[in-house]
Ligand binder design. Structure first.
Ligand code: NAP
Length: 345
């Protein structure tokens, strides 16, 4: 399996990992088993996903049987944003390690740069009476200082961040003693984030693309859980160019999208609960997209208009000073400006 080297820790991170968000416990166990059987060694989870426990059960069985050694695996989990207070970091990491039945994780990510207050009774974000999320003004640099200590204690082999924008990543990088090694952000053909990728390269930060297939099914999840949905939810797998290239290379649309990212050294973590798709999502190393096809795929980029995860399903989040993205009205304004300037031409 192709890997990406993390510069400070020297770890080799497998370029394809199994995503586990939105998977049910039973589904996760069979998905992780199927993934390990067909050669995955990198699993992505988070405190928030409620998948650490079933993943831990499967890992324990594989490790106990001697089929795998701990050092063969690359396990990522994430600090929830209601655990960003420096005094909470170690507690949340310990809970994750306990559920995963591991003494360390390979990568620990700060899930979000903005924090919510913790509801101690539910171990979930505190929600205000009007349904908005209770914003906690934690500085992510303070959270990071405690994450660094976890590396020193051997509970974590590398640390990184998720959902940070360029400015936040640069600021953290400047302040950090142990530099962030990975940035995990939404990335796919409609949101390619080339500038952010360049910044990461210049800072020696590896990039992981989440929702690399465009997260089909996420909209129904948003609407069921948060009563929130995106207009025009994208169907990237169904885009005519992606389908045309799938035919040309005798691959599936999913494999074309994953190859588009990994060919440029971006780590991908597609989620699937289906054994055939799990296998197919790893089977992307026996072909290479030609330059002209990479260029055509690059042209599918919609910039900020391609973003699915703006986190506005967390009511009121855009008022947090660390909210990382453009607000929807700004995205719309920019789109109108662009259309206006094209018309003028
Ligand atoms: N850091 C963050 O804030 C963050 C946010 C979102 C996601 N993530 C991580 O990134 C992972 C991946 O993102 P995601 O789950 O949002 O979306 P995704 O991987 O882009 O898409 C997953 C969906 O695509 C389907 N699928 C999988 N392989 C396929 C294929 N080859 N062809 C067609 N459909 C396919 C899956 O259905 P089946 O299961 O039926 O195959 C599932 O519904 C997550 O699971 C999570 O680990 C992180």
């Amino acid at each position: 399996m192709k890997t990406v080297r993390l510069v400070s820790s020297g770890l080799e991170m497998p370029i394809v990992g199994l995503g586990t968000w939105r998977a049910q416990p039973q589904e996760v166990e069979s998905a992780v088993n199927a993934a390990l059987e067909c050669g995955y060694r990198h699993i992505d989870t988070a405190f928030n996903y409620n998948t650490e426990e079933p993943i831990g059960n499967v890992l324990k069985a594989w490790l106990d049987s001697g089929k795998l050694k701990r050092e063969d695996l690359f396990i990522t989990t994430k600090l929830p944003n209601f655990g960003n207070r420096p005094s909470d970091v170690e507690r949340f990491l310990n809970l994750s390690l306990e559920k995963l039945q591991l003494s360390y994780v390979d990568l620990y990510l700060m899930h979000m740069p903005f924090s919510f207050h913790l509801n101690e009774a539910t171990m979930a974000p505190l929600i205000n009476e009007d349904g908005s999320f209770s914003l906690d003004l934690v500085d992510y640099v303070d959270t990071w200082k405690v994450m660094q200590k976890q590396v020193e204690q051997g509970k974590v082999r590398s640390i990184g961040v998720s959902n940070f924008n360029a400015e936040q990543l640069r600021r953290l990088h400047d302040c950090a003693e142990i530099k962030p090694e990975v940035l995990q952000v939404e990335m796919h053909a409609y949101l390619q984030q080339k500038n952010l990728r360049q910044l990461c390269q210049s800072l020696n930060v590896a990039v992981t693309a989440y929702s690399p297939l465009g997260s089909p099914g996420a909209n129904s999840h948003f609407s069921a859980k948060y009563n929130y949905s995106l207009n025009d939810f994208p169907d990237i797998l169904g885009h005519p160019l992606v389908k045309e290239l799938a035919e040309k290379y005798s691959k599936s649309p999913g494999q074309i999208l994953l190859r588009h990212l990994t060919q440029e050294n971006v780590i991908v973590i597609p989620k699937s609960g289906n054994p055939e798709r799990i296998k197919a999502n790893l089977d992307i190393f026996d072909f290479e997209l030609e330059q002209e096809d990479l260029t055509k795929l690059d042209q599918l980029d919609k910039g900020e208009n391609g973003r699915i995860f703006n986190f506005l399903f967390f009511k009121g989040v855009e008022n947090h000073p660390c909210y990382p993205f453009k607000k929807p009205e700004e995205v719309l304004e920019r789109q109108e400006e662009r259309e206006g300037s094209t018309k003028q031409l």
